[in-house]
Design a protein around this ligand. Structure first.
Ligand SMILES: [Zn+2]
Length: 79
C-alpha cells in the first residue's frame, strides 16, 4: 500500500477550548477526552474535564479542528 496524502488519526486531533466556567484556555488531543456521537444537529462532540475547575467541557470536531485563536470555541459546561 502507498500513502498518497497522509491524514491524521482522529485520536491525534488537537482541540482548543476555553472553559466557560473559569475561562481557562487549554488544548487537548481527542484521545484524552471522551468521544460521543451526539445528536444530529450539533454532530459529534468530545467531552473533557477542565484542568482547573474540572467541569465537563464540550468540543465539536467540525468547529474546533483548526486551532487558531479566532476560531476557538467557547466550551459549554455542566453543573
Ligand atoms: Zn474551568
Amino acid at each position: 500500500m502507498e500513502v498518497v496524502i497522509k491524514g491524521q488519526p482522529p485520536e491525534e486531533r488537537v482541540y482548543g477550548l476555553q472553559c466557560s466556567a473559569c475561562m481557562t484556555e487549554f488544548k487537548f488531543k481527542e484521545s484524552e477526552g471522551r468521544y460521543q456521537a451526539g445528536d444530529y444537529k450539533e454532530g459529534p462532540m468530545v467531552i473533557i474535564a477542565c484542568p482547573i475547575c474540572h467541569r465537563d467541557c464540550y468540543a465539536y470536531p467540525g468547529k474546533t479542528s483548526s486551532m487558531t485563536p479566532s476560531e476557538r470555541t467557547k466550551a459549554y459546561y455542566e453543573k
